[in-house]
Write a protein that binds this ligand. Sequence first.
Ligand code: 26Q
Length: 834
Amino acid sequence: MSLRSRTESEGGGLNIAKTALPKGAPARERPSDYDVAAVRDEIRAKITRVLGHEIERATLHDWYLAAALSLRERIAARWLPDVRETRIEGKKRVYYLSLEFLIGRLFTDALSNLQLMETYVRALRDLGVDFGDVKDIEPDAALGNGGLGRLAACFMESMASLAIPAIGYGIRYEHGLFRQAISHGWQQEFPEHWLEGGNPWEFERFEVSYDIHFGGRIEHHPTPQGDAIAWIPGETVRAAAFDTPIVGWRGAHINALRLWSARPITPLDLDVFNHGDYAGASEQRTRAEAISKFLYPSDETAAGKELRLRQEYFFVSASLQDIVARHLREQGNIRTLASYAAIQLNDTHPSLAVPELLRLLIDHHYVPWPQARRIVSQTIAYTNHTLLPEALENWPVELFERRLPRHLDIIYRLNADNLAAAERQRPGDIRFRAATSLIDETGGRRVRMGHLAFIGSHRINGVSAMHSELMKHTVFADLNTLYPDRITNKTNGITFRRWLYQCNPGLTALLREVCGDRVLDDPSALAGLEPYANDPIFQERFRAIKQHNKVALAGMIERTMSLRLDPAALFDIQIKRIHEYKRQLLNALDTIARYLAIRDNPNADWVPRVKIFAGKAAPSYHQAKLIIKLINDIADAVNRDATIRGLLKVAFVPNYNVSAAEMMVPACDLSEQISTAGMEASGTGNMKLALNGALTIGTLDGANIEIRDQVGADNIFIFGMTADQVMERRRAGLDASDAIAASPMLARVIETIDRGTFSPDDPARFAPIAHSLRYLDHYMVSADFDDYHRTQALVDARWGHAAWETSAILNTARMGWFSADRTIRDYADDIWKV
Ligand code: 26Q
């Protein structure tokens, strides 16, 4: 790592509350004075000998780096034996290929998993430094957009905890997901600089690098065994490896996250330089480095930009070269790859792994085509995360011709096999042929990346029961007919270490007391709470913990937004990417309806509510950004209006990220999971919030359905159309006049928006929203409004009664199944065979 010093003011991002040592924190260790003194001396030595600063003048950033560096050494010492063991025992490894790893902070994660939290808290205290201040210095590693990237991070932690040998492969983006600021209610994006202050967690592997080729041409050289093929590339960049250790629970095992950084193959074109063209001399560098410069900030949209394809191929090729080299080093025979390697593709973003592995096998290791195909499909499996047509990746054939000509050849050959199979199964069926083809011929020829991943895999999984079923009947209906029994379900999960023990130490202490310490290792032990669900004394303790977490969140919001919230009010929280299908707009409409109703009747017996929103919109997603503006305009009007006596407050918390989630998840009373049915593949925030004792208001979508099955229909508020009803209604048209005619409240809310009540400075600002609500209700916001609004009244009716606490406790008690450990065991048994 490079250790540039950074001033304290440059923390960036949301400033999370200063936490004192969380009481009953999951650090189960009882540190001896000796251990504490040893860590204290190590930290002091890092300040003077590594950072080169005087102790007296050390900044918080120095303390953070020094503490992290001392922890890094302990991790490294434990890491190497794990690596050696996997190698010597010839264990099968899992390779998790993902363009996103949304990790957040690692300091508290590693401390907690190594049971060293208490030791470091005390060591820092001895040095006169507050642990909470130090941990807040660490920037989030935001190398992901949302659910898919966070899932990859949870899976990495879970695989380490289960001691499954695994390597995560991705890109070491210099700039992670943009920082969001809200200016006059609008989202503004700023670049994010997580590496600026040095990254104490990464190990640069100077000896590990691969050359990645683009463009050029193909030469066929006839041989007695058939054509040998040579790819004469037009451009080459180098991939350099950086490893980050991922520490499992109780230090069970440590795995690596290997991220690739792009470099030019020659540092500077000296010829050009010597001719005085200084800018030209660094052109190659700029073009190469662009590949690992930025994370693409869009989710659920296929951006279709050439740089994105370069990113995909760059990291896939480096990772596969690395996997093949390791296998040959250890086993010496490429033909046994599938017995030692399980490659999981996180969505279609790494689909090029299919033709790339075929290319390496055929062109570099001379494996015949049929055998190469077998090795590939036995090794690779693919996870699908979306059914949205606009998110299904496809690339113009023309782009492949220019940038990846050899891969296009291989894709054509794969497709020839594939179309022959289609023809055998349904002779003469042209529609079936076209639907199963790797090339989409409608409107310009394009390579279907989902089909490519499907055809190259032995297992294709969805991420919730409903999503996996829908996959069989929508995107992959025809491929599922051609290759039955490949589609399987693996409902998502979350790591309880981060999303319960670390983020909610108060609840964790209570759980340990009631369920025993076993609960820290076995989520099924949460069921031990059930007998207490109706116990008033226990309910009061459970409630008090939630209250404590709400006070902390309110403090953070007051500090960052100068908005004061009543922690006794119902905290109603929707935190996720801003997207039309996730329907933050529906929540906004309900907020307006509530506001109007309170104004009509301010002295009624209203339940005080705080509506909290947070999430980022893709920078080019104008409708999503307009929804952010609407929420902020509503907040302005509502929060200023004294006539409603603070019975309703609205907060849009800027720059939602993993660290912000860690504050918001434990403080939530009501979790909003209100996507249009059939559109949210799974959701994982829904799991985090319910696990921490929030009640869910949600649609029958994604994993909400399985959450209902687990917690019981009485302990969740379900509303709205089913996926079937949504499809049915869409077929009938998108006009919502019927829904509006049937709902005076909805009509009034839309009217209010349309008249510019919340945008007096620009009355027409939200006219496009009013128009969609009336005539283009693709996401069924108007259609579902009434049922949603009615269900929100049921929420109010339960609040403040023992029945609420009972449900909240039962949510925590019954969410054990959503542990990522369960999900990973399922992948390990059914897909990876490790
Ligand atoms: C594709 C091409 C070009 C640029 C960007 C992208 C891109 C990037 C990110 C497309 C999609 C994503 C992210 C998708 C995502 O986060 N999906 C979510 O995955 C979660 C984990 O399975 C599910 O819980 C969510 O339901 C699903 O929306």
